[in-house]
Ligand binder design. Sequence first.
Ligand SMILES: N[C@@H](CCC(=O)N[C@@H](CS)C(=O)NCC(=O)O)C(=O)O
Length: 227
Amino acid sequence: MICQTAILFLSSLSRKLQDMTEPAALRLYRFPLSGHSHRAELMLSLLGLPAELITVNLPQKEHKQPAFLAKNRFGQVPVLEDGSFTLADSNAILVYLAERYDTAHRYYPREPEARAEIQRWLSVAAGQLAVGPCAARLVRVFAAPLDHELAVQKAHELFALLEAELALRPFLVGSGPTLADIALYSYTAHAPEGDVSLAAYPAIRAWLSRIEALPGFVPMPQTLPKS
Ligand SMILES: N[C@@H](CCC(=O)N[C@@H](CS)C(=O)NCC(=O)O)C(=O)O
């Protein structure tokens, strides 16, 4: 009797562990030239998680059609589906993937201080990074009707701060890569496509190279030859 109970307990535990570590069906709705999408794609790849990448045709406004709006009312990529769970927003996706599948807590350490510092950088990714280098690239690559000069100025203000931080440590939080680095990587690496040069920022360039050297790194396609 005890033995049977133990077997039942162990098989239910093993099912739970399997649910925690083996994704049923991960699907990422993305656009290949979107840095927000790339952030999520990079996390999936660094964690070694197989996922179906589904391209949403932004130029054809597929993201504003009812089928996509049912996944994300904001009509933006990326959107992650994990089985029956649907989640929009790149930073939310990073947190979800790390919490659910990064069993070693490598990219999202459990210490409150580390998590709070990571959150600080996720806010920068949704704030200064979006209105600076991301906006400058939107103007140059997609002809977005935004103030390019202002975006370039904001990008350099951010990069000056980032350069000072990265002169002190190899990654943004602690000694290893975390969600903070993943969130900031794509639009920083592709800033030159928005006419924001990285020439004056050696610590940023060294940090980009460290991220690119991580096992499982996947690049975002360049829209300009790399300078
Ligand atoms: N806060 C969102 C922003 C995502 C975002 O801006 N996505 C862009 C592509 S990079 C998009 O879908 N733009 C289409 C639109 O806003 O209409 C996130 O982090 O995922």
